[in-house]
Design a protein around this ligand. Sequence first.
Ligand code: 13P
Length: 400
Amino acid sequence: MALVNMRDMLYHAHRNGYAVGAFDLVSLEFLEGIMAAAERCSSPVILSLAESHFGYFDFELIMPAVEAAARRSPVPVAIHLDHGADLASAIRAINLGCNGVMVDASHETLPENIRRTRKVVDMAHACGVPVEGELGYVPGVEGEDAERHPGEIVYTTVEDARGYVEQTGVDFLAVSIGTVHGRMKGEPRLDQQRLEQINEALKIPLVIHGGTGLSDDQFKRLIAGGVAKINYYTALADAAATQVRNNARAKPGGSCTDLTEGIRNVISAEVERCMRVWGSVGRAPELLARCTPWTPVEHLIIYNTQGITEHDVDAMMAEGRRVLSAIPGVRKVATGKAVEEAAQFRYCWLVSFVHPAVIDSYREHPAHVAFADSVFRPVAGERISIDYQVTDKEHDIDRH
Ligand code: 13P
């Protein structure tokens, strides 16, 4: 399996002078096109899901496909929440399978940005998940003309960046040095000197938002200045839209599948072009050898109850499924009853954690403590609890 720790991925890129593309996807065609390019190019890749796009697809439904694409792939992949609005968004994304999250409070004052980001970092780090913060303001909206959202760029300053990273503990920083989200007329003017000073001061992987519209030379200079992750969407969306228009012209009256045919190929071609410019091509083997795989943990409890009815047990299980599944880092809470009534242990909990770090944070979480101490343990004196790091067929790819 090649779902890997995004922190390892981006620190490798930062140290070795290349950048990993974080491509926002809005459909299966995007997912397949991005993955096809990464695999063709033996390149690491970040599958990015922007909260602002959640109106176009069901986040909960697309995540199993995104995770399956990552896990079956021979190249290193991370799954990232792009522009998460708040703590609740970050928890939801982690529990659905994102192993990197961005919190975007860049429109807030600096103290408020720090306060909100710190909360997300505390929660995410307790789940083993790295966090990207943003400082300064990158105007525009992905997929739209920049002139339609003419906000003022607020440039990131070195001093603010230093304080922000120290006080929030973010793993990566998105900087504002002149790029704009969406489609721009002309080439943006980038403040390269500012970027280099921030990189020198922070020494952590930097992120560029608004990748569409930059020249190859600009990208190369950004990467030399410490950029290790490039967010990219509008050019992919435009390529897909052009393909649909061409299909419509070539086959007037064509079916839905006639119209969407070839989208994944044009996306794949544009992603490959980016990967070549950004220097991530061919990096998969060395990176795989250095990245920690993203391996979940199954928290298993087998138990017997004393002094309560079967009906009470069912009610307790339902309550546990509800309260425990909301804890950060919990993928799933399942309950079971032994098929053989005479089994040594009649009942079980199967709780899936996104990462081994959740073993401790789950144990200490107030919702777990309250449930375990007041509801479960008083009636389940006889129990065995074990955490297993699990491997399945999808993990069986040749890593070398
Ligand atoms: P573009 O749409 O300009 O490529 O920017 C994408 C982005 O920054 C997503 O966060």
